[in-house]
Design a protein around this ligand. Structure first.
Ligand code: F0G
Length: 380
């Protein structure tokens, strides 16, 4: 099966025997086949589906002992580091499936609105598949790294003078009336792919966590994780389910406030969304799991962002830090039972947003090229 144009090598990464529980091949212990092959039997694909993959998934589940020390040492805290995906965010899980199904359906072009990461992922997977990509981003609200990704992968990038929500409305209407496939998370294949995040957490942890903490923007990922946990539960792979706790930025908290926010504001541009597309299903996930939606301020987000970088060695973008800020907040508020196991999804890599990093840390100092000048600065 070959989804690329021009007869280049097949895109399928590994033989079908990699699917299901077997995981990577025993003779190639480091070979990871991408999420479609790994979790094929849980996904809406057939032998006829051309697999468009960048070998996404298999991201680290990293213990965070310092974070436990700083909050409640009785907790076992793990970070699901989704910034280690091929384009630097969790979006690649959904995009491999959405793009494979688009190719299967004979699509020649894809379109999306994005706060940045979806556009980066769509652009990369479209390049891989040989499809055109059109992406709309809210002008002035997209981190530099994400914009550079969409551009270099050859997408047609339009900066919409409005909010993400307005851009999403426009692309939905275009996709209804033009021969382009919508690859926002309203495309059902996106969430199907993203549910594999929950599968991996269970496969890595050997159980379900007691709590799963996750940032909420368009509310697709929290919906997808809950679906993944439920499917593994139904399949007998876990005997308990986590409480899903979602965090919105205080200035962009439509679900928390139960109203549409016309002009969302937050330093965490990835989740600067005022009317989430998956609002309903996300609320259901929260209710079914006995979880809740909470908020964190920009100040709390930036404090967690720096703490994570300096004390755990993990550089994640501000939207991901919202989850860590949320953890600090809810542990302090006594909402987490002691001794619990928690997983936090860190959704995107810190390099996505170098400007916020430089604004949040001390600036490099210029020195003359002399030993004395350098030593004087180092204070050794
Ligand atoms: N974290 C990051 C880094 C994101 O890019 C997003 C969403 C979220 C969290 C929230 O996930 O929307 O499923 O609730 N980014 C989308 C985009 C909206 O266009 O890249 P969600």
């Amino acid at each position: 099966m070959n989804a690329s144009k021009g007869g280049s090598a097949p895109l399928r990464a590994a033989p079908a025997d990699c699917a299901g529980e077997a995981g990577a091949r025993k003779d190639l212990p480091t070979a990871w086949p991408g999420i479609i092959e790994r979790y094929r039997r849980y996904l809406p694909v057939t032998d006829k589906t051309p697999v468009v993959t960048l070998l996404e998934g298999n991201t680290p589940l990293l213990p965070a002992p310092r974070l436990a020390e700083a909050t409640d040492p009785s907790l076992s805290i793990y970070l699901k580091c989704e910034g280690f995906n091929p384009t630097g965010s969790f979006k690649d899980r959904g995009m491999t499936l959405a793009m494979s199904k688009a190719v299967e359906a004979g699509s020649r072009a894809v379109i999306c609105a994005s706060t940045g990461n979806t556009s980066a992922s769509a652009a990369a997977f479209a390049a891989r598949a040989g499809l055109r990509a059109f992406v709309m981003v809210p002008r002035g609200s997209v981190a530099l790294g994400k914009l550079s990704q969409a551009a270099i992968h050859g997408a047609r990038v339009l900066m919409v003078e409005g909010t993400f929500d307005q851009a999403l409305d426009i692309v939905r209407r275009i996709a209804e009336s033009h021969p382009v496939t919508l690859v926002n998370s309203v495309n059902p294949f996106r969430l199907e792919g993203q549910k594999t995040g929950a599968f991996e957490v269970v496969d890595q942890l050997g159980r379900a966590p007691d709590y799963h903490l996750i940032p909420v923007g368009n509310a697709g990922n929290i919906t997808a994780y809950w679906r993944g946990y439920r499917e593994y539960h139904r399949d007998g792979k876990i005997d308990s389910l986590p409480r899903m706790v979602g965090f919105q930025a205080a200035g962009a908290a439509p679900m928390y406030e139960n109203r549409i926010i016309e002009e969302p504001r937050t330093v965490a541009t990835a989740i600067k969304i005022g009317n989430p597309a998956s609002w309903g299903p996300a609320l259901e996930a929260v209710k079914d799991s006995r979880g809740w939606i909470d908020i964190v301020t920009d100040e709390e987000i930036l404090r967690a962002y720096r703490m994570l970088a300096r004390e755990e060695g993990i550089f994640m973008e501000p939207a991901s830090a919202a989850t860590v800020a949320g953890l600090v907040k809810i542990v302090k508020a006594g909402r987490i039972e002691s001794g619990s196991t928690l997983v936090l999804t860190l959704t995107g890599h810190g390099l996505k947003d170098p400007e916020t990093a430089l604004e949040s840390a001390s600036r490099p100092t210029s020195v003359p090229a002399s030993l004395d000048a350098v030593l004087a600065q180092l204070g050794l």
